[in-house]
Design a protein around this ligand. Structure first.
Ligand code: AP5
Length: 234
């Protein structure tokens, strides 16, 4: 059974950190819509110029644009054994479009990462990214890093991590993305994970939850009762 996973949660919840680690361990691609858009911004494409204006204000890029990008990405052959969607869907319209584009029987596992607002603001004020390789860093032992440990390039603050933009991103999250909890909440493959634990502990919680869902999904296929809705808790 292919691992098809959606990760959503507020800005700074750790979606990118966790998706990257999980993608490596399960050998499936991490598809981050934020990364795709930032790459377009860096390359100065028409999409990038359009997206930058929206992203710098902490708003969401249009559903039409982002759904097109994800559809195109999911048509590539490397998703054959699964994928991790990091930051998509983030509106109900995007979630509906995703359901429509998944035609096979693999369960879509949906993980919501929960972290209190004050922790998110603190994390994002310390986040630094490598201007060269894109690696993400957080504060370590109270120190904010300045140089990339992989490529030795200077670390920079992401344009949308300025405090006023972070507050707007949190507001937009509550208004437009939080409704996904109601959209996905009664599916057996929806799981809420406490993201306010050390990164390795979050990864362990996620792995256990994913294996639980895959096991339930396997049983359901074996019993031919795929339409039952059973809640799996983390
Ligand atoms: P995107 O890049 O997806 O931003 P986001 O959702 O706001 O999420 P972040 O990347 O800020 O945080 P994260 O949850 O990945 O946390 P991270 O692992 O980095 O999107 C950017 C913009 O693009 C959007 O605002 C929008 O404009 C546009 N966009 C993207 N997708 C879109 C869509 N589908 N529709 C429309 N528009 C879209 O961790 C954060 C920090 O915390 C790091 O420093 C990290 O080291 C640290 N950290 C992580 N985990 C832990 C932990 N457990 N304990 C302590 N520190 C931790």
């Amino acid at each position: 059974m292919a691992l098809k996973l959606v990760m959503f949660g507020p800005p700074g919840a750790g979606k990118g950190t966790q998706a990257s680690q999980l993608g490596q361990s399960r050998q499936i691609p991490q598809i981050s819509t934020g990364d795709i858009l930032r790459e377009a911004v860096n390359r100065g494409t028409a999409l990038g110029c359009q997206a930058k204006i929206v992203m710098d204000k902490g708003k969401l890029v249009s559903d039409e644009l982002i759904v097109g990008i994800v559809r195109e990405r999911l048509a590539r052959s490397d998703v054959e054994h699964g994928f991790i969607l990091d930051g998509f869907p983030r509106t109900v319209a995007q979630a509906v479009a995703l359901d429509e584009s998944l035609t096979d029987e693999d369960p879509l596992i949906v993980i919501e990462l929960s972290v209190p607002d004050q922790v998110l603001v603190q994390r994002l004020s310390c986040r630094r990214v490598c201007g060269q390789c894109g690696a993400t860093y957080g504060a370590s032992g109270g120190e904010v890093p300045t140089v990339c440990s992989s490529c030795a390039a200077d670390l920079v603050v992401r344009d949308d991590d300025r405090e006023e933009v972070v507050l707007e991103r949190l507001r937009v999250y509550r208004e437009q993305t939080q409704p996904l909890v109601a959209f996905y909440g009664d599916r057996f493959s929806f799981v809420n994970i406490d993201g306010n634990q050390p990164p390795d502990a979050v990864q362990v919680s996620m792995s256990i939850a994913i294996d639980d869902v895959l096991s339930v999904a396997g049983d359901r296929v074996a019993h031919g009762d795929r339409n039952d809705r059973v809640q799996v808790t983390s």
